[in-house]
Design a binder for this molecule. Structure first.
Ligand code: CDP
Ligand code: MG
Length: 137
């Protein structure tokens, strides 16, 4: 089924000059990018985007991380892209993410701070719809 998903290049990805590399991987895979912009997210937007993480011990550092610079916000389209994009991203912890994935190839853990892992992808049809509406109002 053709799906739409929200893809983010997080501030570490932008600061480290990985935008081109990440977009190249999306295009090489064959997915369409149907919308793209750069924004520095507000705390209000992040509270909605990461609603299920509000109150977790790492949440304040996650917000600082996500507001530390511009984020590339994209809508991706393709058959089964929600699963496919999360497979390209790799697992959340970049130390454990498999080589060949974006997080596995380009990321690592750093002392303190939130877990910086370069990219975000919606995890279900319902979160994709919700997140696209939040970031593209
Ligand atoms: O991004 P993903 O869906 O793979 O992971 P998540 O469990 O939904 O967590 C959202 C984000 O919170 C992660 O991508 C990390 O940047 C951050 N996080 C963290 O800093 N420390 C944790 N223990 C878990 C998540
Ligand atoms: Mg998630």
């Amino acid at each position: 089924m053709t799906e739409r998903t929200l893809m983010l290049i997080k501030p570490d990805g932008v600061k480290r000059g990985k935008m081109g590399e990440i977009i190249r991987r999306i295009e090489n895979k064959g997915y369409q990018i149907s919308a793209m912009k750069m924004v520095v997210p507000t705390e209000e937007l992040l509270n909605l985007h990461y609603a299920e993480h509000v109150g977790k011990p790492y949440y304040p550092s996650l917000v600082n991380y996500m507001m530390s610079g511009p984020v590339v916000v994209m809508i991706g389209e393709g058959t089964n892209i929600i699963l496919g994009w999360r497979t390209l991203m790799g697992e959340t912890n970049p130390t454990k993410a498999a080589p060949g994935t974006i997080r596995g190839d380009l990321g690592r853990e750093w002392d303190g701070e939130a877990m910086m892992n370069l990219v975000h992808g919606s995890d279900s049809l319902s979160s994709a719809k919700r997140e696209i509406n939040l970031w593209f109002t």
